[in-house]
Design a protein around this ligand. Structure first.
Ligand code: HEC
Length: 117
């Protein structure tokens, strides 16, 4: 009994180390690690927004309407605040999704990460 608990702990620790190593290797390759909010926002966009909007940097321009996220990100008027206000207010042409403040943060981080400067 006690032995199998230790075994499980050891496996968990090894798993955590493997994850850390993976993250470190990613860092070492020079590619910037996206912040957590951006990653979470990307996941949300894939689940909720992809049916209507082109949400990826490499799908920019593949749909006319609704506007793709890259175009939204590159508008000078787009800020984290303007996006959050948009998510909070009701809009006529886009469904009013229920988005928590945290999810709004993540989604706006993701959209703004697509900005090309
Ligand atoms: C059912 C389709 C649909 C879904 C799902 C949807 N949208 Fe939209 N969205 C629209 C339409 C239609 C507009 C109206 C503006 C347009 O025609 O480009 C719009 C507009 C917007 C705008 C403002 C664009 C502008 O021109 O200022 C933002 C920002 C936006 N959507 C973000 C999102 C995000 C983030 C999600 C996912 C959480 C999402 N949308 C999901 C259809 C959708």
């Amino acid at each position: 009994m006690a032995r199998s608990v230790w075994f499980q702990v050891a496996i968990a620790v090894l798993g955590a180390l493997a994850v850390l190593l993976f993250v470190r290797l990613h860092n070492a390759s020079g590619a910037p690690l996206p912040s957590e909010g951006v990653t979470a926002g990307h996941r949300l966009a894939e689940a909720w927004c992809k049916d209507c909007h082109a949400i990826e940097a490499n799908t920019a321009g593949t749909r006319g309407r609704p506007t793709d996220f890259v175009a939204i990100a590159n508008r000078l008027s787009t800020t984290a605040l303007s996006l959050k206000v948009f998510f909070k207010t009701s809009h006529r042409r886009m469904p009013n999704l229920i988005i928590t403040p945290e999810q709004a943060d993540d989604l706006s981080s993701y959209i703004l990460s697509l900005r090309r400067d």
